[in-house]
Design a protein. Sequence first.
Length: 250
Amino acid sequence: MNRPDVLLRGRDITRRWGGLVAVDRVSIELERGSVHAVIGTNGAGKSTLINILSGEIAPSAGQVELLGHDVTAWPQPRRARAGLGRSYQRNTIYPGFSVFENCRLAAQARTQKPWAWWQDAQRCVASTAAAHAAARRSGIEDLLDRSAGLLSHGQKRQLEIAMCLATEPEVLLLDEPLAGMGAEETDRMLALLAELKARHAILLVEHDMDAVFRIADRITVMVNGAVLASDTPEAVRNSPAVQAAYLGGH
């Protein structure tokens, strides 16, 4: 029986590239109010999994459900409009535009009005309001007029999350949002994620193990495309199999 708080579900997801099995029968559930971290060494299948969940790669087998709907055959734009937000390992901002324009453009993608071609998009009330709300929730409301290209690394990552939020998603798929951050920037990002999880289901792919164990409610460990363990942080930390395969006695 489906639990109502599960917003995104992957069932027995498999992806083959010729003879290589990149993701091997992985099942995962993302619940509102929870951060679900996926960890593993390079080549474990984490990026392929998140690309399948977001709709950028089709699975060879298995099923993806978003808000109770089978979206396995839906492309990425349709999943985004249905409530799925995604950030990437590399910055995907528009550096020549202001912080506000980055947020507004993201919001506009959700509230497209192609029939109203005569209207000035910059005066769209809905996208403007969504942009301001996303910037406020992401903690960058004081930077709206600044050029995005002049932001610090941590601020750029906050902007990426703001751009996700501007599309009004219910599920957030975050691919290494802490990469390249110092301790202070990491603390700010973790505080933001802790605030966001109350209203969202969050999937976090991350290499910073200290941060993962601080923020995650559940951790899935992948090895060679398959799930080695999926449990609470404490259970994962104390798992001999996980320690041997990945954490190295962490």
